[in-house]
Design a binder for this molecule. Structure first.
Ligand code: ADP
Length: 518
């Protein structure tokens, strides 16, 4: 990728900044060739003409180096885009929102600083991947279980900082953050919560600290660079029981949500529940042309063949009970009663402490296989609105969304996460990056869904770089008061606008003209 400079920055100034970065981290960790820039592009961007183009990357090894880089960025007005491992696939990967930004790659800071088996936490640097932590826990026989996203290639903290989640008891990953060390846009180093008291053992234990709690202000924001954080892990349960069921029709989603929500709210089922569509299985294990070569979205009779072949339902649910065996047995009976009006057909598997197989989940990247559905250079884009946990409203969302997928000739792929009072719907749009017509259709579908959802008061919990401004604009109460608050804080903390301009639709004063561009 050819060099694109940040708006208003001359070559001389950019070169001076890179030279200064090189003096801080060593020139081998300043990555500024065309090939380097390619490495940090969004790997799923359509075609060969990507929109979110980094000018370079710099990879520090310590918090002092991060601080020094931030000071240079302020002097030279160079925008930085921090990433942990940069595997934010479907949402932009490692690419920056503002072209010309320098990616601040924290992947070399990958120390597991502490793991406490008794109190169930660890303290991590941002470069620690799910695989790294899993290996550490298994190698050292530490009885703590991880909550893993479908594609576990990324960083534990990076995923939590984007509000990633998984279908486990600790599945709301951002809620497991407890205490952070942060480099502010000024270069100052702060510790949040109880970590603000020198030497406090309570840092990874008590989230609120004293006074305002800041941790969540550094999540999905551009107010600071997180250089370490406390993160809670689940103590190994005595036993688990897993109940799996399939529902054959799309409309079964309504009763599923109405049966699952009270179970979740009353903590009979104490994990994030996913109602999984058939497409994840179909696209991970086969390609579209094995089923259908015609135009438009997959017809219903093809879907019926897919369900038969894999022995799955339109919707598939796995409920897992974690606890003492007799508690799990009692909860199983409650679940069976709740499902009785609809089905009693569960496949049951049981695990108890000491069993070799079937215990702690292991990280995998297999689900990423879905991107091969169309062949060619595959990509995916996620549209992820949040809605009330009501069967009726969720079914309405499904119908609206499916109609849009059909209208744009895109194969429907949706999962619904029953998370308590709300449901998050992940729609996965799969495409061939080199098929311009298909990717254009996919983007038109995305835009239609943003507008449809906003019309009923739903927004996404997370979005791709290309839609951050669009989604932020739908938060319009009192003439966008929340956006003004975000940008007032941004300008106070980051007067030169050097940290992740445009992240989550938050633009610093220096770059406000870039809103909606790029
Ligand atoms: P993962 O590799 O787990 O998918 P990423 O490194 O891609 O996570 O991070 C996802 C997003 O979270 C980034 O694009 C960035 O906006 C934000 N982010 C990641 N790490 C940090 C960090 N250490 N400090 C501040 N923001 C971060």
């Amino acid at each position: 990728m050819q060099l694109q400079l940040p708006p208003g920055i001359t070559h001389a100034r950019f070169d001076a900044a890179l030279a200064a970065f090189g003096r801080i981290v060593g020139s081998e960790w300043v990555l500024a060739t065309d090939e380097d820039r390619d490495t940090y592009l969004d790997v799923y961007a359509p075609g060969n003409d990507p929109r979110f183009v980094p000018a370079a990357a710099v990879a520090p090894a310590s918090v002092e180096e991060v601080q020094a880089i931030v000071r240079v960025a302020n002097e030279q007005r160079i925008p930085l885009w921090p990433i942990s491992r940069g595997k934010n696939y479907g949402y932009g990967g490692s690419a920056p929102r503002l072209s010309g930004s320098v990616v601040l790659d924290l992947g070399r800071m990958k120390r597991i600083l502490e793991v406490n088996p008794e109190l169930g936490y660890c303290i991590l640097e941002p470069g620690v991947g799910f695989f790294d932590l899993y290996r550490h826990l298994t190698d050292n026989r530490i009885p703590l279980w991880m909550s893993l996203p479908g594609n576990a290639w990324g960083s534990v903290l990076g995923n939590a900082l984007e509000r990633g989640f998984a279908a486990t008891p600790y599945g709301d990953h951002t809620s497991q953050l407890c205490g952070m060390e942060v480099v502010l846009p000024s270069g100052e180093l702060v510790r949040t919560g109880m970590g603000a008291m020198s030497g406090s053992p309570n840092w990874p234990l008590f989230k609120h600290g004293f006074g305002p709690a800041w941790d969540q202000l550094f999540v999905q924001s551009n107010f600071g660079i997180v250089t370490r954080a406390g993160f809670w892990l689940m103590p190994e349960p005595a036993a688990t029981t897993t109940l799996t069921m399939h529902a054959p029709r799309p409309e079964d989603l309504g009763w599923l949500v109405d049966v699952l929500t009270p179970l979740k709210l009353r903590r009979i089922v104490d994990h994030s529940i996913v109602v999984m569509g058939y497409m994840g299985t179909a696209a991970a294990n086969s390609q579209r042309n094995e089923w259908y070569q015609g135009p438009g979205a997959l017809p219903d009779e093809v879907v019926a063949r897919i369900l038969r072949k894999y022995g799955i339902g339109w919707w598939n649910v796995s409920l897992r009970l974690y606890g003492e065996p007799e508690m799990n047995d009692a909860s199983e009976q409650v679940i069976r009663r709740a499902f009785a009006p609809h089905t009693q057909e569960f496949t049951v598997t049981r695990w108890k402490r000491g069993d070799a197989e079937g215990g702690a989940p292991a990280p995998s990247v297999f689900p990423l296989q879905v991107i091969n559905w169309h062949g060619g250079r595959g990509g995916h884009l996620g549209f992820s609105p949040v809605m009330p946990a009501s069967g009726r409203l969720v079914l309405e969302q499904l119908e609206r969304t499916r109609a849009r997928f059909r209208e744009f000739g895109v194969d429907y792929s949706g999962n619904f996460y029953v998370l308590g009072r709300h449901v998050t719907n992940i729609n996965l749009m799969l495409f061939d990056r080199d098929n311009a017509e298909m990717t254009a259709r996919t983007h038109r579908l995305f835009e239609a869904m943003v507008q449809d959802s906003a019309a009923v008061g739903y927004a996404e919990y997370r979005t791709h770089l290309g839609y951050m401004d669009r989604v932020a604009a739908t938060f319009d109460y009192n003439a966008h008061a929340l956006g003004r608050l975000n940008e007032a804080v941004k300008d106070a903390l980051d007067p030169n606008g050097i940290l992740a301009p445009g992240k989550s639709g938050i633009w610093p004063r220096a770059y406000r003209g870039e809103r909606g561009r790029g």
